[in-house]
Design a protein around this ligand. Structure first.
Ligand code: SF4
Length: 122
């Protein structure tokens, strides 16, 4: 692994420019304005994770798609597989915000939840 890496913090819209250097067994973070940036940078070096937003096809709803997101971050290297898995699903209206539409997707510990209400088609 490289000893120094630079990237932009994506935790909040400020977007601080972070520099992480590895010294012995620890990562030192510079450029962060708050603690969240330090935690993000260390996680990014050890095991990067991301949230995903997508859509799932809906049967019998007033819209054909429901927007969804992960309720916990998943390992970055699993994004493609998780997106493929989400694309296989169909759900039936009605759907409420916060409904778990896919539980523990691919064993990641993250659920796929609805982010808007979809009423039944009349
Ligand atoms: S370091 Fe803190 S203030 Fe800067 S972008 Fe990250 S979360 Fe926002």
């Amino acid at each position: 692994m490289e000893n120094k890496k630079e990237f932009t913090c994506i935790v909040c819209p400020v977007g601080c420019h972070l520099t992480v250097t590895k010294e012995e067994n620890q990562y030192n973070v510079n450029g962060n304005t708050c603690k969240r940036g330090e935690i993000y940078a260390q996680q990014e070096m050890i095991a990067p994770k991301r949230n995903i937003a997508s859509t799932i096809r809906v049967e019998d709803g007033f819209l054909n798609l429901v927007p969804v997101k992960t309720d916990k971050q998943i390992p970055k290297e699993m994004i493609f597989d998780v997106m493929k898995e989400i694309n296989k699903y169909r759900v039936t209206a009605p759907i409420k915000v916060g409904d778990i539409l896919i539980e523990n997707i691919l064993g990641t510990g993250s659920n796929i939840v609805a982010t808007r209400n979809i009423a039944k088609n009349n």
